[in-house]
Design a protein around this ligand. Sequence first.
Ligand SMILES: C[S@@+](CC[C@H](N)C(=O)[O-])C[C@H]1O[C@@H](n2cnc3c(N)ncnc32)[C@H](O)[C@@H]1O
Ligand code: SF4
Length: 349
Amino acid sequence: MVKSLYIHIPFCQRICPYCTFARQLYCQKKVDKYITLIKEMIDKKYKNNKFQTIYIGGGTPNCLTINQLIKLLSCLTPKLLPKYEFTIECNPEFVTEQQVKILKKYKINRVSLGIQTLNKKILKSIKRLHNKKNIQKAIDLFRKFKINNISCDLIYGFKQQSIPIIKKDLDFLFKNKINHISYYCLEIKPKSIFSQRNYKLDENKIEKQLKFIIKYLKQNKFNRYEVSNWCKRNKNQSHHNVLVWKTNEWVGIGWAAHGFEKNYYYHYEGDILKWKLVRKKLSKKELYQQVLIMGLRLKEGLNLNNKLVSKSYNFFKKELDSSPLFVKNKKAIKCRNINLLNCLLEKII
Ligand SMILES: C[S@@+](CC[C@H](N)C(=O)[O-])C[C@H]1O[C@@H](n2cnc3c(N)ncnc32)[C@H](O)[C@@H]1O
Ligand code: SF4
């Protein structure tokens, strides 16, 4: 039985220059229709399913109006199993008391807050609409309504960023007792506004920043459980993402959303209000590659008791066993140093 559901909300109030995720500018009428489509699909295809984890990602899911949020959440909450993780991605500037009340009412128990940095100059240069004050307000509101599982997304590698700025950002999170941090390296993907402006990354600086982030988070008792993810205790991990990385099946719904069911990866293509499912028929090699690319991101690696994992390992046994970065014991396979994961993956790609 599929355990996880991902819902994609591809609407934002403003487009960030580094972002190439599937998103468009918010439009009330479009969003109304879009939510109806999601609701119809759940009722038609997943009527009898219940999920352990539901993740509403974006885009900016919390830039929806209260009525739109209620319409969306009210068709998802009944889909939760008794023990569940229900996450929504939020941008700090849109968090209000009324909104958090609704999130709580509809059983959201985890939020992923897109902070990126607290530094004013960088926020301005990346066209973000929030500041330290509304980040603090958002965190306080989640706490007030007992949504204590708060994760924060940050990015390193911006031009104006320095280690003292990163330290200041992390100190703010520690002071606020945040228990999960996703710290991503800035990626300049083709078609992003930054790429069109020929934004260049300073690899040397980035390497030093990552070293500092790893050291400082460790000093502050954060465990790095995945390439870009740290948490205080295992129970604070993103269970949704861990299930996905461990190649459990998940349902994906929404324009440009991805899913994995019955050994098929799929995604939705077409117009934002007329998406159609495209099933990717992967060859055995492609499927096993995908399993390893996703799972070896995890520090603990993948469990060999899982049939798909053991098949994937056996398929690439020669390539993997020949790498000093590859570790295999009776139970699991993993990468010895996840900073060098790409060097290991090169062997199988
Ligand atoms: C797709 S966004 C959605 C959440 C929300 N709209 C936001 O911007 O915070 C999820 C996270 O991906 C990260 N992200 C987006 N574009 C990125 C890029 N080019 N490089 C690194 N991280 C990126 C950001 O940290 C962001 O919070
Ligand atoms: S980073 Fe987030 S807010 Fe910015 S455009 Fe992408 S999805 Fe929207």
